[in-house]
Design a binder for this molecule. Structure first.
Ligand code: DSN
Length: 480
């Protein structure tokens, strides 16, 4: 493939000078963000670096067009180019994932999940009610029928993975709208192995009888057997909805195949496009034919007008994900996670589930006598960017936590391999072994404050710089 870095460098420099002529602080912030990303060990499992082509696709006049509706059926005139963009994004998504239908409009992961939930409610609750009442749309219902239908929406049930074992807020938890829309019951993991216990999940689902079984996670370091999830959904008549936001890149890159690939098993799959998939910030929904027409109503059902410039960037990133180098990348993400996990294990760190077989590792910071918050902060002082995360039965709750989640997608994009991730494990252990919790004023163990031994942060940054210099971010892209 032709290397367009020099051209892209000109484009970014010219763009920044145009921006600076209007609001220099914004140009400065954009430059500084790149500078910071270049010198940080970015280990946040949900972050990545999009390609220059993907980044360049986002800034253009597609942004200026309103295009509510769907391909060929818009509420505004003059949408032929948006139609073309959305069609290409959907085509790549369908072919990449082997899906019957793809919808490229969601602006984020939460939006994608909302589109999925309302598609399921429309297909399984509203549509049968309309048929029963001889109505074509909700506008044909009497007030009494409408009230009855709303009551029916409000009694639906969803079952998703518990937050403290790695589930996501959008899987029916109260701080998110999904927890206000549905009655929710969580499934946990086995207390000993910390793995999903499918037999227990089946028994719980039989008791709870959810309309929707949600599979997917944001902090579970293991693969999911979607064939088992399908069996469980079928056993209770539930719709199987998979949120693959975290591992979409591993599905796209054919690391997760067979029973680990959600697409052949799920009714609806939602994802973000910016995590392991390495695209622009946004969402995507895949669906079977049964749900396609309902997913297609996402805008204006729950989405504002499509961000056409972002759909264009999704199309570019999805085209990249269909190439052989992307498959090599995805396999390296998984291999590197093994190396990172082994590097921590051999240095005495407890990992939730004892390891990983996806792109992320969740380690127990009580290994070092620290809360997740203290560990996250000390690591950041040393230029290692992570995020704190609950672990199963977390004694420190969801704010301070007892875990740190790390992942390999971003640094693998820079070219890090197994040896570099072993070195990263060494840096993490070096920092946290030199961090002490500070006792709170009431004499209780502090949960936020800590001290990091002198010199550790600068020594870690220097060692990290040696690694990062070998694998520069956007090599050849010099900002002037
Ligand atoms: N914020 C994403 C993550 O970090 O996993 C999920 O919403």
């Amino acid at each position: 493939m032709t290397d367009h870095t020099a051209t892209a460098a000109h484009a970014f420099n010219d763009t920044l000078s145009v921006i600076a002529s209007v609001e220099p602080r914004i140009a400065d912030a954009i430059r500084s963000e790149l500078a910071d990303q270049r010198v940080s060990l970015k280990l946040i499992a949900s972050e990545n670096y999009a390609s220059l082509a993907t980044l360049l696709t986002m800034g253009n006049w597609l942004s200026d067009k309103y295009a509510e509706g769907t391909i060929g059926h818009r509420f505004y005139a003059g949408c032929q180019h948006v139609d073309a963009v959305e069609a290409v994004a959907a085509e790549h998504a369908r072919e990449l994932f082997g899906a019957e239908y793809a919808y490229a409009q969601p602006h984020s992961g939460i939006d994608a999940n909302l589109v999925a939930y309302w598609a399921i409610l429309n297909a399984r609750v509203e549509s049968p009610a309309l048929s029963r009442l001889g109505a074509r749309t909700v506008n044909d219902l009497t007030e009494a029928d409408w009230e009855a239908l709303r009551a029916e929406f409000n009694t639906q049930r969803v079952m998703g993975m518990s937050l403290d074992v790695g589930g996501h807020l959008t899987h029916g938890f109260r701080p998110n709208i999904s927890g206000k829309m549905f009655h929710q019951r969580s499934y946990g993991t086995d207390p000993t192995t910390e793995l999903i216990d499918y037999d227990k999940l089946l028994a719980d689902a039989k008791e709870f009888k959810p309309l929707i079984l949600v599979a997917g996670y944001s902090a579970y370091p293991r693969r999911v057997n979607f064939a088992r999830m399908r069996e469980i959904a079928d056993a209770v008549g539930a719709v199987l909805f998979v949120d693959m936001a975290h591992f979409a890149g591993l599905v796209a890159g054919k690391v997760f195949t067979g029973e680990e690939d959600p697409v052949p098993y799920a009714d609806i799959v939602a994802t973000t496009t910016h995590k392991s998939l390495r695209g622009p910030r946004g969402g995507l929904v895949l669906a079977t034919k049964e749900f396609a027409e309902f997913v297609d109503k996402g805008c204006p059902m729950v989405l504002g007008g499509p961000l056409s410039h972002m759909m264009a960037a999704k199309a570019v990133a999805l085209a990249e994900a269909r190439t052989r180098p992307f498959r090599t990348y995805a396999q390296a993400v998984a291999d590197n996670a093994q190396s990172l996990a082994e590097g921590l294990l051999k240095r005495g760190v407890r990992l939730v589930t004892g390891g990983t077989d996806n792109h992320l590792v969740l380690f127990d910071t009580t290994t070092f006598g620290l809360t997740g918050r203290q560990a996250e902060s000390a690591l950041l002082d040393a230029g290692v960017v992570t995020n704190r995360n609950s672990i199963p039965n977390d004694p420190n709750g969801a704010w301070y936590t007892s875990g740190v989640r790390i992942g390999t997608p971003a640094l693998t994009s820079r070219g890090f391999g197994a040896a570099e991730f072993d070195e990263v494990a060494d840096l993490i252990v070096g920092v946290l072994s030199s961090t002490l919790p500070v006792t709170a004023s009431n004499g209780q163990p502090g949960k936020a404050k800590y001290t990091l031994a002198d010199g550790v942060a600068s020594r870690t940054k220097a060692r990290a710089a040696e690694l990062l210099d070998k694998f520069p971010l956007y090599p050849g892209l010099e900002l002037t």
